[in-house]
Design a protein around this ligand. Sequence first.
Ligand SMILES: Cc1cc2nc3c(=O)[nH]c(=O)nc-3n(C[C@H](O)[C@H](O)[C@H](O)COP(=O)(O)OP(=O)(O)OC[C@H]3O[C@@H](n4cnc5c(N)ncnc54)[C@H](O)[C@@H]3O)c2cc1C
Length: 324
Amino acid sequence: MTGGFLECYDTIIVGGGPVGLFGAYYAGLRDMTVRLVDRRHELGGQLTAIYPEKWVYDITGIPAIRGKDLYKNLFAQSVPYNIPSSLNEEVVLIRKNRNNILCVETRNGTVMHTKTVMLCLGMGAHIPRRLDIKNLREFEGKGVSYGVHSLETFKNKKVIVVGGGDSALDLALTIVNDCSDLYVLHRSDRFNSHEETTKKLYSSNAEIRTYSELFEIEGDENHVKSASIRNTKTGEVEKIQVDEIIIAIGLLFNLEVVQEWGIKMEGNSIVVDHNRQTSIPGVYAAGDIVTYPGKMKLIGPGTSEVMQAINHSKTYIQENFPYL
Ligand SMILES: Cc1cc2nc3c(=O)[nH]c(=O)nc-3n(C[C@H](O)[C@H](O)[C@H](O)COP(=O)(O)OP(=O)(O)OC[C@H]3O[C@@H](n4cnc5c(N)ncnc54)[C@H](O)[C@@H]3O)c2cc1C
């Protein structure tokens, strides 16, 4: 509520990752009233949750920047517009009332009103994909992790990174010069990463173990001590001393709530048209959550999608709410 009247925003952005943050800035630039809502305790999405220390090289006009600094820049960009945000608020329902106003409801019972919504949900809840190893969960936080939050954790340590995609290789390259030994385990010999990233890994000090998988983790009640690695071709098992294990084999989607909003989805993604509008007029989506032919799940395309969505929503508002 503001000034005794119920606030009805021009847009509510659900998800304060890089795409939602950039959307907030751009909505401010387009003179729209906007609120950011995120289920986490902090903004930044994957930048702050998964790879604050990692270098990002593919942002227009920025040769290299760490995840945490990119987040700071994105936040600073929106500061002139004083965008309010609601943190620790998970949006569980979006529905239209009889006057075509969208009601955005959170798990805590907060209801917000808006003319349009931007769904920048990323992958929904960030749940890292786990390996099927019996005592894995016991060692989570005791040597087993799913990202690089502080370089200090890996300084002069023996580390295993499990995974063969961009995320695993990026995380490996983030710590390779800090740890004493780094093993990268991948089940096949083909990395599913950008060519340059693969080349950098091969030119680094990391010991690359292809056709290898993490088989067992050993340690005491305090910390990981060693790991057994199995050769996926021969079945041979080798035990190595290790201090830290990073598992980067992808994220699991938890979009159960979204599936109930009546928005057209394809698998775990929201279908959008060329204006980035979903199957519900006035509800837009951008970033990792969306799908369309040729979609790339990267920050650059996501920020461009949210610009398109904001621009179109401005027209939608003028046409549908000329009196508000
Ligand atoms: C290890 C790793 C390295 C990467 N490196 C690069 C790189 O170098 N360059 C690049 O371009 N991309 C990179 N990416 C991909 C990039 O991080 C994503 O494309 C980007 O984060 C997508 O932004 P987003 O805002 O769409 O989603 P996210 O960053 O996932 O943010 C989504 C936000 O929505 C919130 N949310 C979800 N559901 C709800 C809900 N119901 N209610 C409220 N809030 C909700 C989440 O809490 C989250 O904060 C990398 C990804 C990983 C994992």
